[in-house]
Design a binder for this molecule. Structure first.
Ligand code: FAD
Length: 476
């Protein structure tokens, strides 16, 4: 059977701030646009909404990012765009006739979307950190805990420790307190900010007062509830019989190296880990777009020029896959990518690229300051795993197995070789959970830079899909 194929000027993957902004701009200019997202509604991670039947008040994120409310209203009322919600994009193909072909699946139903331009705005996901006990029930990423709260008003536990270094952790602390959860401690790995650092960060303030007001509100909430906020502190172990019951916290130095004899134990039934985000680049890498290593911006990020075009002429990128930088930059990059695509496909239209460039330039200093301030020490985090710690939870591969393999195969220096031999990265998550830990193990065992360890090859399907839908695909 031949698959249903549909034709568009532009297909956007991701209905977060970046993808929505680009799609609406292109559609308003007269292009035929389709948007694909795994979620059931627009908004991406930041503007994730509960079901309409919950009659919930508007998202608190609209107070910090007022553009979000308008964006969602416009998306909901736009009937010219083809919206493919609850659909996963799992492969990009390059047909001989030109353009790009995107394979998507909704349940068991697969489709191919032909387009002149493809915009990859797939966002980011929580940086997974492997340490003894991290696979116990009750240990979750900050984004995971927040997703349950935002989408279902569900608190996964009652007594939390929050550990990490990303601002999302503080946001989550405020949301958990509002939801009635108890927080035993917020453990931040970086050292307490120095006055000099705070003064340097002050330069990023203009135009971002709302974020500082939000931060001050959260700190006040923590103070009122007497929640300890400790810097230079890291979680080294989670323990419990069937689920997490206690966590071990230790002091760390400025490089996040654990100081001996500083361990202490805290009783919990929930641990939220938030050391940062990784750019979601699987689709772009599977398509063949080149990537570069940028540890402050989410690891491997998609290369692009100043029009947001990737190394492939028909594929653009915007938002977190181009470098993790928050919702405001995602919005600006979406506008720039949308304007650039319109300028390419409709050269007669007045171009909006210059104003989009100016907007992006204004937003950058704040994003740069935040990235510098909260950058995770990936090398130190990888050292938290001991030999028995599972690093690939899909294929049950431990850190010890990878290290033993590296010791007995001294010629191996790439994560892909480790994947082939140890199976780490071959499971349903396609390495999203283990790639960066494996890369750090290879880099430290061989004494090479992380950039020299490469990335796992991203293969279609980049997401688990039913075999029936794969059998139907006959790309041109
Ligand atoms: C779990 C989580 C929670 C966050 N919460 C906040 C917050 O509360 N406040 C804040 O300031 N920042 C938050 N962030 C940071 C957030 O990434 C940015 O602020 C902002 O949402 C980035 O916008 P974006 O458009 O680049 O990506 P996103 O908003 O992440 O949108 C990307 C969209 O692409 C979709 N997608 C990805 N891959 C595929 C695929 N293969 N097929 C189909 N759809 C796909 C996703 O479902 C998602 O809706 C969060 C990040 C994460 C990971």
């Amino acid at each position: 059977m031949k698959l249903e194929t549909l034709n568009f000027d532009l297909v956007v993957v991701g209905a977060g701030p970046a993808g929505l902004t680009a799609a609406l701009l292109a559609s308003n200019a007269g292009l035929q646009v389709a948007v694909v997202d795994e979620q059931a509604a627009p908004g991406g991670q930041i503007f994730r909404q509960p079901p309409a039947t919950f009659n919930a008040p508007p998202s608190s994120a609209f107070a910090t990012y007022p553009f979000g409310k308008k964006l969602l209203e416009q998306a909901r009322s736009n009937t010219r765009i083809h919206w493919y919600y609850s659909c996963s994009a799992w492969g990009v193909f390059h047909p001989a006739k030109g353009g790009v072909q995107l394979a998507i699946v909704e349940g068991e139903h697969a489709r191919l979307l032909d387009c002149k331009k493809l915009l990859i705005a797939t966002g980011a996901y929580d940086l997974p950190v492997a340490f003894p006990g991290w696979t116990l029930p009750g240990v979750m990423t900050a984004g995971g805990v927040q997703t349950l709260l935002k989408s279902q008003f569900l608190c996964a536990a009652q007594r939390y420790v929050l550990a990490g270094s990303h601002p999302l952790l503080l946001l989550l602390a405020g949301q958990l307190l509002d939801a009635g959860a108890q927080i035993q401690e917020v453990a931040i790995a970086r050292p307490r900010p120095q006055i000099r650092e705070l003064l340097a960060g002050w330069r990023a303030l203009p135009g971002h007062g709302r974020m500082f007001v939000q931060l001050a509100g959260i700190l006040l909430k923590l103070w009122r509830k007497k929640v300890p906020l400790r810097f230079s502190t890291i979680v080294t172990r989670a323990q419990g019989r069937d689920a997490v019951e206690r966590v071990t916290l230790s002091d760390v130095d400025a490089h996040w190296a654990v100081k001996p004899n500083t361990e202490r134990s805290v009783e919990v039934d929930g641990l939220a880990i938030g050391y940062g985000l990784l750019a979601s680049t699987e689709l772009a890498r599977q398509a063949g777009c080149s990537v570069s290593w940028n540890p402050e911006r989410g690891g491997w990020v998609v290369d692009h020029d100043d029009t947001m075009r990737t190394s492939l002429p028909h594929i653009y990128v915007a938002g977190e896959p181009a470098g993790v930088a928050g919702a405001e930059i995602a919005h600006c990059e979406g506008r720039l990518a949308g304007a650039s695509i319109v300028a390419q496909l409709m050269p007669d239209q007045a171009s909006q690229t210059s104003s989009a460039h100016r907007e992006l330039k204004r937003a950058k200093p704040f994003a740069d300051t935040v990235a510098r301030f909260f950058a995770p020490r990936l090398d130190a985090l990888a050292r938290l795993a001991d030999n028995g710690t599972l690093i690939c939870r899909c294929e049950d591969v431990t850190a010890g197995q990878v290290c033993d393999f590296l010791k007995t195969h001294p010629h191996v220096s790439s994560v892909n070789s480790v994947k082939l031999a140890c199976r780490s990265g071959m499971g349903p998550c396609q390495g999203r959970y283990c790639q960066h830990t494996v890369a750090q193990l290879v880099a430290s065992e061989r004494g090479i830079a992380i950039t020299d360890t490469g990335t796992y090859t991203a293969q279609a399907p980049i997401k688990p899909i039913p075999l029936t839908s794969l059998a139907l695909v006959e790309p041109d």
